[in-house]
Design a protein around this ligand. Structure first.
Ligand SMILES: [Zn+2]
Length: 181
């Protein structure tokens, strides 16, 4: 889909019309099929922060309009809340899933973000926290987003770990984010 390009065109058109649209320009890139993950290994925790178009999980970016769509949303939310099946962390870390925070204002999840919403588009962002006995020992995470959902095709990952900072790109069907010295 060329949705991201379309969105930028809309954003620049809005820029001419309304000064407050400047905020829209500073929004993170919204490209259907793409997900951004930030992985931070710090102290006893592994925290995964996700930014994604809502489209990746349910195929639309608005409130559900009928029972079928409500069911799709409920199933997607349930899968995301069961994050220890979506993110299998290196067993060396001995990690257990902690708090999961889902943010999708059009679905009534999480707080309404500051700034104007992007017309016609919506994100589902999330923070998944894991508590680990040996967080610093982790060297990979197997990501189940490609098997759990049809929408995502590519995942851009940034990792900050005791071993250093790394960037990785996962393309379907590759599922492992690995890092080491
Ligand atoms: Zn979109």
């Amino acid at each position: 889909m060329i949705c991201g390009r379309f969105f930028r065109l809309l954003a620049s058109a809005a820029l001419v019309a309304a000064p407050f649209a400047l905020q829209a320009q500073s929004q993170p890139a919204h490209v259907h099929g793409q997900i951004k993950l930030d992985v931070v290994v710090d102290g006893p925790t592994v925290v995964v922060t996700m930014e994604s178009p809502l489209d990746n999980f349910v195929g639309f970016e608005r409130a559900p309009r009928n029972d079928d769509e409500k069911k799709m949303v409920d199933e997607a939310v349930a899968k995301l809340r069961a994050a220890d099946t979506l993110f299998t962390i290196d067993p060396a870390g001995n990690c257990k899933l902690g708090p999961v925070d889902l943010r999708a204002p059009v679905l009534g999840l999480g707080a309404t973000p500051a700034g104007a919403p992007a017309a016609g588009h919506a994100d589902l962002d999330a923070t998944f926290a894991f508590n680990c006995a040996s967080a610093a020992a982790t060297k990979f995470i197997d990501v189940g987003l490609f098997t759990a959902f049809k929408g995502p095709r590519q995942i851009e990952v940034q990792i900050a770990a005791p071993q250093g900072q790394f960037k990785r790109t996962l393309k379907r069907p590759n599922a492992r984010i690995a890092w080491s010295k």
